[in-house]
Design a binder for this molecule. Structure first.
Ligand code: ZN
Length: 381
């Protein structure tokens, strides 16, 4: 059987989330799967882990009290999800998948995510989106607007992906020289008027993008000497969002634009991480948690506002079977005394816990964080 599902390659636009939200199947069941594809380092082991997770979910759906037709639809969803998930394991930029499938209605969206997720599945009469929304809330959206005197291109950048929203050209009369100075003056004015009209058009399209697909940050780029004029045409909502101005050719290839946008994002993330760290230091006794044990305690109390973690850090650990508290060492839980179960990466678990309490999670590669065993948190109160 060949699967109809495909991995969504564009950005996850707010309008796509709205489409998923609007999807309803009264009296039916549809499938929402969240699958971590990167829990293991080598591809074969990762594939085996995904198979195991899906086998568990298959077992669960077989146990549901359902009419045969509904169960058959969920089985079909499961088959399609398994085929695509196994084929996707090992793709470098895809750490996990969020799958929304209603094969009986011929509907399916599979969203690749660059961060780790907690494995889950839901079989309801609508898609379950809160885990997706929590992940989307972790990363700001950027728009990139490039313009010269007649061309323009608009992009969305989110979760390490780029998508061209629109591109257009406004006809500007070519440069002509008139021997008559008055004619020449009129002509030059006309020419300036044309490219101001073009800038106005670009500014309008950018505002339309903001209204249709809201974004937090704007990067503008083009011929350096014309950027201030262009900026003058932008609505205040847009000017307030500008985080960078680029001297760049409008026709720069898309991968290069993405690389530059990701560098801007990295600067912003670094700045945010530094400011969280500064807050932790300034409020060390009341709101700071340094190192795994203090951070796990703060997570257990559901008090984490922001979590800092070193990238790629991994360590086996434990989670209490009863109250869910994370621990580095085994033995009875220090909060409730109950037994614990092993988790393969306690740092990933901490990230999932933090995301679920709506904390801001920032990866931060810094010596100071390394000194406190790669993790720290700022508490809410
Ligand atoms: Zn416990």
């Amino acid at each position: 059987m060949s699967s109809k599902l495909k991995v969504h390659e564009a950005t996850i636009r707010p309008s796509l989330v709205a489409e998923l939200q609007a999807f309803q199947a009264p009296g039916q069941r549809v499938s929402s799967y969240y699958l971590d594809l990167s829990r293991e380092k080598n591809v074969e082991a990762a594939r085996a882990a995904v198979k195991k997770t899906l086998a568990f979910e298959r077992e669960r759906l077989e146990q549901l009290d359902l009419r045969p037709a509904l169960r058959q639809a969920l089985r079909q969803d499961w088959e399609e999800v398994q085929e695509l998930a196994l084929a996707t394991v090992g793709r470098r930029e895809v750490r996990s998948l969020a799958c929304f499938v209603a094969s009986s209605a011929g509907y399916g969206r599979v969203l690749p995510l660059p961060s780790t997720v907690r494995d889950r599945a839901f079989f309801e009469d609508r898609f379950i989106l809160w885990p997706l929304e929590q992940i989307l809330n972790q990363a700001d959206r950027f728009a990139v607007c490039l313009t010269d005197k007649d061309d323009a291109r608009l992009f969305l950048v989110h979760l390490q992906r780029i998508e061209e929203f629109t591109s257009f050209r406004d006809e500007i009369p070519g440069r002509v020289r008139f021997p008559d100075p008055v004619k020449q003056w009129h002509y030059a004015n006309k020419h300036i008027e044309y490219f101001h009209r073009h800038f106005e058009h670009v500014a309008e399209e950018t505002l339309r993008l903001l209204q249709r697909e809201p974004f937090e940050h704007l990067i503008i780029g083009g011929l350096w000497e014309h950027l201030p004029e262009f900026e003058g045409h932008l609505h205040r909502y847009l000017r307030d969002r500008i985080v960078a101005r680029w001297d760049i050719d409008v026709h720069t290839p898309v991968p290069e634009i993405l690389q530059r946008a990701l560098q801007e994002e990295q600067k912003l993330l670094e700045h945010q991480a530094q400011s969280i760290w500064k807050n932790i230091q300034e409020h060390r006794t009341t709101r700071g948690a340094l190192g795994p044990e203090e951070t796990f305690a703060a997570l257990w109390q559901r008090r984490v506002q922001a979590l800092l973690i070193e990238p790629h850090v991994s360590c086996q650990g434990f989670r209490c079977r009863s109250c869910g508290r994370l621990h580095l060492s085994s033995g009875p839980c220090i909060e409730c005394g109950e037994k614990m179960m092993e988790v393969s990466n306690v740092y990933d678990e901490a990230v999932h816990d933090a995301i679920e309490q709506s904390a801001l999670v920032r990866q931060w590669n810094a010596g100071t964080l390394n000194e406190v065993d790669s993790i720290a948190a700022l508490k809410r109160f």
